[in-house]
Design a protein around this ligand. Structure first.
Ligand SMILES: C[S@@+](CC[C@H](N)C(=O)[O-])C[C@H]1O[C@@H](n2cnc3c(N)ncnc32)[C@H](O)[C@@H]1O
Length: 282
């Protein structure tokens, strides 16, 4: 007599145990999302179909996904996309995986530009394009542009823009090089801000992000230091500079602003951690 085919519930349990043994955080949630991806279901449908017997080819495909995850490939790369605010953003090894805390950067910009029709906003270091695309999606009158130094990130951002049908002119440049003086109402950026020495200690998932997206130089502030200086030149008077930074960089980033900026403050993320520099050109 042939053995009964394993059910989806049994495969969920085995996958969860395997991921737990491999040290993957939240093995249950990871297993559920991988099974959902592999079977073309939502995670909720996976739970609702726990009694469904699986065919051998389905099990083999799911096993391959679980093995990839156990080897440290980010869940978002395996799934191929990330929910960011109201958009589904394609994510792969070409750019940093969009992080939930970065959604607040969009709120900070929208709040400050609420009374400025057709405000001109430039995002430095677009990566997947999640921030710039959200700004344009949520405020269609904004004139949003973006840049990155990485050609592969720009390629991915352009693909996301095209797929979502959002107009986003992109250029390859070093920070704000080439942008006309006093031409922007806001500069927004989530630049690389991890100190050199801390890179080695990052989780295997974070190490899957391009090093260009992470490495902020010896003290983590190389990019932000130059960005503050260049932003002052390209912003109009009263224009806004909004920058995401590391948990321990609030005081040091405020200090970089000097006399050229006013209303300088640090905003916390949802966990209460210092995360964003907000400053206005004096
Ligand atoms: C932390 S990632 C942020 C990506 C995206 N904005 C997000 O929030 O998910 C930083 C981005 O800055 C880019 N970058 C690094 N150095 C740069 C430079 N000198 N000029 C412009 N972009 C740079 C990286 O390629 C990367 O895409």
């Amino acid at each position: 007599m042939s053995e009964a085919a394993p059910t989806l519930g049994e495969i969920q349990k085995r996958s969860e145990e395997f991921l737990a043994r491999k040290g993957v955080e939240n093995p249950r949630g990871n297993a559920r999302r991988l099974l959902a991806k592999g079977l073309g279901l939502t995670p909720m449908q996976v739970v609702l179909q726990f009694d469904r017997p699986l065919l051998e080819p389905e099990i083999a495909a799911l096993r391959a996904l679980v093995v990839r995850r156990s080897q440290g490939e980010p869940l978002q790369h395996i799934e191929g996309s990330v929910a960011f605010r109201h958009l589904e953003i394609f994510s792969d090894a070409r750019a940093l995986v969009p992080r939930p805390e970065t959604e607040i950067l969009v709120d900070l910009a929208l709040e400050r530009l609420a009374g400025v029709p057709k405000a001109r906003v430039h995002e430095v270091g677009v990566g997947t394009g999640c921030v710039a695309l959200s700004l344009r999606h949520e405020r269609a009158d904004l004139v949003v542009t973006g840049s990155d130094i990485s050609p592969s990130a720009l390629e991915l951002a352009a693909e996301n823009a095209k797929r979502l049908g959002i107009w986003l002119p992109l250029t390859q440049t070093d920070l704000l090089e080439g942008i006309a003086p006093s031409s922007l109402d806001a500069v927004v950026s989530n630049p690389p801000y991890i100190a050199h020495a801390d890179l080695a200690g990052l989780s295997v998932e974070v190490k899957a992000d391009p090093v260009l997206a992470l490495d902020g130089g010896p003290d983590g502030l190389d990019l932000i230091r130059r960005l503050v200086e260049q932003a002052h030149a390209v912003l109009v008077a009263d224009g806004w500079l909004l920058v995401e930074h590391g948990f321990d960089q609030g005081e040091r980033t405020r200090a970089l602003c000097g006399e050229g900026f006013k209303e300088v403050r640090t905003v916390q993320d949802l966990s209460g951690t210092d995360r964003f520099l907000v400053a206005r050109k004096a």
